[in-house]
Design a protein around this ligand. Structure first.
Ligand SMILES: [Zn+2]
Ligand SMILES: [Zn+2]
Length: 260
């Protein structure tokens, strides 16, 4: 499956193997037109992009932008840091990026101690032992993601249900309303066919990304293709097959500027 753009790739700024230039070159060789560099957000304990590296990233992209044959977007895979849906970025930082991906990751500096004890710790333990979550806990998890989508201009919700069991259909409904794309992640499928069907019914649109941590994996979305074929997901529901998607965060920026 050839994508127009791969909008979820990591570099050495988090725990990927390549540089910005390496990823862009790999994207060109794979026949892509666009690539987003989306390293982990700042509150990821081990792999988060360091605040001072944001300027390095801007410089890296600026240096190769003109000579590069693919368009490079400066993105980030932000983290949810609390049950209120808080993201690990300031408004100023959000403004600096072309696209904002957001997802649940477990090893995060949580917003408050309470968030650690009632949200992160139980989910880490339940996920590790593969315990069945109570209805109440799934509701809390679902609401955290819904709060996140409502409060922040998230372009892409990454690997839904990964490490954090949620009601996928309910979240996808909110994504549809707010213009956030639900990711079909090339590294892992994290929901059942039934959950995918619920998300399709919700009216949300989807984006297919590799989540590559090495240059060889850029544009590689074989497991997504299998899922799409098996469930007959209509191509028009996938926003990055033949054109550049319309990004919610960019629309929000434009709207903000026109108010000034
Ligand atoms: Zn991730
Ligand atoms: Zn990722």
């Amino acid at each position: 499956m050839l994508l127009y753009g791969d909008y979820h790739t990591h570099t050495r700024y988090s725990h990927g193997k390549g540089s910005v230039k390496d990823n862009a070159q790999a994207a060109y060789e794979k026949g892509l037109k666009e690539i987003a560099i989306t390293d982990h957000g700042l509150k990821h304990i081990a792999f988060g992009l360091k605040k001072k590296k944001i300027l390095h990233l801007i410089k890296d992209i600026a240096e190769i932008k003109d000579s590069c044959k693919v368009k490079i977007l400066m993105g980030i895979e932000a983290n949810i840091i609390g049950t209120d849906g808080q993201i690990d970025m300031t408004d100023e930082e959000i403004e600096m990026f072309d696209i904002i991906l957001c997802g649940y990751h477990k090893f995060i500096w949580s917003k408050t101690a309470k968030d650690f004890f009632v949200f992160f710790a139980p989910n880490i333990i339940y996920d590790f032992f593969n315990f069945k979550l109570s209805k109440k806990r799934i509701e809390v998890n679902t609401q955290a993601i819904i709060n996140n989508i409502k409060r922040f201009p998230v372009d892409v919700l990454t690997h839904i249900n990964y490490g954090l069991k949620v009601n996928c259909g309910e979240i996808a409904k909110v994504c549809a309303k707010y213009g956030t794309f639900v990711e079909i992640n090339g590294k892992r499928i994290t929901y059942t066919d039934k959950e995918m069907k619920d998300m399709l019914e919700s009216g949300a649109d989807f984006i297919v990304n590799s989540d590559a941590h090495s240059t060889e994996r850029i544009g590689e979305v074989k497991i997504c293709e299998e899922l799409i074929n098996r469930l007959n997901i209509p191509p028009q529901r996938i926003v990055n097959l033949s054109a550049s998607p319309e990004w919610r965060s960019q629309a929000a920026k434009k709207a903000k500027k026109s108010l000034k």
